[in-house]
Design a protein around this ligand. Structure first.
Ligand SMILES: *[C@@H]1O[C@H](CO)[C@@H](O)[C@H](O)[C@H]1NC(C)=O
Ligand SMILES: *[C@@H]1O[C@H](CO)[C@@H](O)[C@H](O)[C@H]1NC(C)=O
Length: 321
């Protein structure tokens, strides 16, 4: 009997170790190159992140701005946890986002990807024309036609992520981030959690919320499910160098190693098309002001309007002949 119990517990221990062996980005048996062995979707054809190659992005004037509801300041307590891979904030279901096709997505959580290893301040997951920004924000949502995130995560149209970049040059402190960054000290160890109060997600996002890239992809961490509609904002958030350094050096993973470079390599685009609701002009400066970008898209909307008008005229003339 004793032997049986020992064998059984050994078996359970083994099963647990196998199941509990944490995936990583670059170390151990389950680094990102080996994710597909344990999580088959990670080897799929529609994976994220990707490089957003602006020259090849398709301008789609029918993509309207996202309607973000409940993103402004909210009272209450918002749990913020170190999950061993990143810092994650739980979001209230009063926060939601409506895409231009009318689909409503309910906010679930928000987390970050950053760099920091070998003094490189560069850790975004998506890149734009090959350039990796300092940090990437992911606000994860699920389709409101499903009852909960737990159900939606397995559905083909289940999820949507609103992503934004954080950049740093020699910016001063961004006070909208001070509260969040000071709370990192409370969750140094993996599994620890703390509460944020008076959360204002809109303040933590870029000023220009109108212009975005969009494509169909996956979760960027295991299980890499290919059911994510991505909205990557064109504008970025600005943080000071010391704020970025705090984000890169405050948290430890399950092995008490500093969480750094928690980003996945860009994945092949394959046959997907990336769309944007703004036009790309080759010598447009990266940090072009949002006002000017709005102005440019107004012009392109007008061009589109005239083009449609002319087409209708032509069609009418044809039908009269
Ligand atoms: C945005 O959504 C809110 C509530 O979901 C709605 O009241 C509002 O009219 C919408 N705004 C636009 C511009 O569609
Ligand atoms: C990490 O460090 C803490 C505090 O020193 C300790 O309690 C914990 O056991 C350590 N964990 C590992 C996996 O070494």
């Amino acid at each position: 009997m004793r032997t049986l119990v020992t064998l059984l517990s050994l078996f359970l221990l083994g099963a647990h170790a196998q199941h509990g062996s944490e995936w990583t980005y670059s170390e151990g048996a389950l680094d990102e190159a080996h994710w597909p062995q344990s999580y088959p979707a990670c080897g799929g054809q529609r994976q994220s992140p990707i490089n957003l190659q602006r020259r090849k992005v398709q301008y789609n004037p029918s993509l309207k701005a996202l309607n973000l509801t409940g993103y402004e300041v909210q009272d209450g307590k918002f749990p913020m946890i170190n999950n061993g891979h990143t810092v994650q904030i739980s979001l209230p279901s009063t926060m939601h986002m409506t895409a231009s096709d009318g689909t409503v997505y309910i906010a679930q959580q928000m987390h970050f990807h950053w760099g920091g290893a070998s003094s490189e301040i560069s850790g975004s997951e998506h890149t734009v024309d090959g350039i990796r920004q300092a940090v990437e924000i992911h606000v994860v949502h699920y389709n409101s036609k499903y009852e909960s995130y737990d159900i939606a995560q397995y559905e083909p149209d289940g999820l949507a992520v609103l992503a934004a970049f954080i950049e740093t040059k020699n910016y001063a402190e961004n006070t909208y981030y001070s509260n969040f960054i000071s709370h990192l000290a409370n969750i140094k160890y993996a599994g620890q959690s703390t509460d944020l109060t008076d959360l204002d997600i809109q303040d933590m996002l870029p000023e220009d919320l109108h212009h975005y890239y969009s494509y169909q992809g996956s979760l960027t961490t295991p299980p890499c499910t290919e059911n994510v509609r991505w909205f990557v904002l064109a504008d970025s958030v600005k943080l000071s160098k010391s704020q970025i350094l705090k984000l890169e050096n405050s948290l430890l993973d399950h092995k008490n190693k500093t969480i750094q470079n928690d980003y996945r390599k860009t994945q092949p685009l394959n046959h997907r098309v990336v769309e944007a609701n703004f036009m790309y002009f080759p010598n447009q400066h990266y940090a072009l002001g949002s006002e000017f970008r709005s102005y440019l898209s107004k012009i392109s909307e007008n061009i589109e309007y005239v083009r449609k008008f002319v087409e209708q005229k032509k069609a009418r003339r044809k039908s009269q002949c």
